[in-house]
Design a protein around this ligand. Structure first.
Ligand SMILES: Nc1ncnc2c1ncn2[C@@H]1O[C@H](COP(=O)(O)OP(=O)(O)OP(=O)(O)O)[C@@H](O)[C@H]1O
Ligand SMILES: [Mg+2]
Length: 240
């Protein structure tokens, strides 16, 4: 019997800005039920890979597949409809709109208002700290709350796969723990996750598997436990 297609699969991806290569021959996958992390320093190419996967940047070479389907040429909103959701670098909330409006925008590709209302309620159950603040202007939330809003907004498209670009950057440790818990809960609810991080400790503590990215190339991949025990990773990323 053929094995199940990965939820998300990137094969031989290369991308450039003008003539300058940013990512070279990157392959990675997220399998059903997994949280996968991609760890890399500043400028390693993490956001470039995310942008290629979600259709914002056209790769020079390579293939991206969602549940076995080639995504080439699909626009970002088509990808959202197919179940791919992204929490972008820097959150990109609509700072002058209310929390409720931000969440509704997360569901903009959907046309079943009853299901959207149901999902709004489900999301607010997962993020109880947001429930009483629906009419608050998003730009007035703290950094940690804004990150939660960004994750909540991504959940409003009812995704099957979620990608997050450095969701814990700049947040206090207690907020980082809260975000990690939320991601574990989201994964348990059946959403497969690719999370890119500079913070290897946080990333490896929540992930099942990980990839290490340097200079636009994958230099190591393994299960999260083995990566966190590897001397090379400890020296370069964990400060041990
Ligand atoms: N819009 C752009 N124009 C030109 N070069 C870019 C652009 N965006 C990124 N780059 C370059 O591509 C390389 C990869 O950048 P990318 O933003 O993907 O890294 P990153 O791993 O996300 O880094 P960070 O952790 O700082 O977000 C870097 O050398 C960067 O300078
Ligand atoms: Mg980045």
């Amino acid at each position: 019997m053929p094995s199940e297609a990965p939820s998300l699969q990137v094969i031989g991806l290369s991308a450039s800005y003008g003539d300058v290569p940013a990512v070279t021959d990157v392959s990675l996958e997220v399998r059903r039920g997994e949280i996968v992390t991609m760890i890399g320093a500043n400028g390693a190419g993490k956001s470039t890979i995310i942008k290629c996967i979600c259709g914002l940047l056209k790769p020079v070479a390579g293939t991206v597949k969602l549940f076995g389907e080639d995504l080439r040429g699909l626009t970002p909103d088509r990808l959202v409809k197919k179940g791919l959701s992204v929490v972008p670098e820097g959150r990109r909330l609509f700072g002058k709109m209310t929390l409720k409006e931000n969440l509704e925008l997360g569901a903009y590709t959907r046309n079943d208002p009853a299901a959207v209302r149901r999902d709004m309620d489900r999301v607010l159950t997962d993020f109880p700290e947001l429930r009483d603040r629906l009419s608050t202007i998003a730009g007035t939330f703290s950094g940690g709350q804004q990150q939660m809003v960004a994750v909540a907004r991504a959940m409003m498209s009812n995704p099957r796969v979620m990608m997050l670009d450095e969701p814990t950057i700049g947040l206090a440790p207690v907020v980082v723990d809260r975000i990690s818990d939320l991601l574990l809960k989201i994964a348990k609810s059946g959403v497969d996750i690719l999370v890119v991080e500079q913070n290897a400790e946080v990333a490896l503590s929540m992930a099942d598997r990980g990839y290490i990215l340097e200079g636009g190339r994958v230099i190591a991949e393994d299960d999260a436990k083995s990566l966190s025990e590897s001397e090379e990773v400890q020296k370069a990323y964990l400060g041990i």
